[in-house]
Design a protein. Structure first.
Length: 211
């Protein structure tokens, strides 16, 4: 897969977060993996534990509290792991990433819309970013791609969903088409570009995140 072709088809990336986190995003100008925040909050004991409900992390040295979403759709019994790879390791792998849904200027892909619908009653915030801008302000940090909703494995015709060390693939490793990308992930904190936008629905309206 070539990045130019991918960005032409899916030029935008969408990130959903709790609305209480927006001021923290404006303050830091960054998104952080959950595991990074757990470390800053001295809560690394949680990094391999599935979250059945949302939690709050108090980050003393950042003077903020951050709401971390649940992992309720992550059912161990629906996932098939390779020998020697544990459910806890996979939970940690998820926590080590920042997740975006691909999309166009109009809206994210259907997976992203369904994800929003799951939290609609909480009135979450959506961040919309041009993928080119995101990559430009984060040189050297390359995304990894997933062709399914990694945190919501399903059983289909009695077959479990495969999960493991190869769930997230580099651009070179991803041998599918751009339209088959379901998740874009980063394993490091990412700087939010100045043209990042904030909305309350997948279709907008949108306003600038940074004043």
């Amino acid at each position: 897969m070539h990045m130019d072709k991918y960005a032409a088809l899916r030029p935008f990336a969408y990130h959903l977060t709790h609305r209480s986190n927006v001021e923290g995003l404006r303050k830091t100008g960054c998104l952080f993996p959950t595991a990074y925040l757990m470390k800053r909050a001295d809560k690394l004991d949680l990094v391999r534990l599935r979250r059945s409900k949302a939690i709050q992390l108090a980050i003393a040295d950042m003077s903020m509290s951050i709401s971390i979403r649940d992992q309720a759709p992550l059912h161990r019994g629906n996932a098939l792991f390779p020998d020697g790879y544990t459910f806890g390791e996979f939970v940690e792998s998820l926590n080590q990433r920042i997740f975006f849904w691909p999309g166009t200027e109009a809206e994210p892909i259907s997976y992203g819309i369904r994800h929003f619908e799951r939290y609609r009653d909480e009135h979450p915030a959506l961040i919309r970013i041009r993928l080119a801008s995101l990559l430009a302000v984060n040189p050297g940090i390359m995304p990894r791609f997933c062709r399914f909703n990694s945190g919501s494995p399903r059983c289909s015709a009695g077959k479990k969903s495969p999960r493991g060390p190869h769930t997230f693939l580099s651009l070179e490793e991803f041998n599918c088409t751009p339209s088959e990308v379901v998740e874009i992930t980063f394993e490091d904190p990412v700087v939010l570009p100045k043209d990042s936008q904030l909305g309350t629905r997948p279709q907008g309206p949108w306003r600038q995140l940074f004043h």
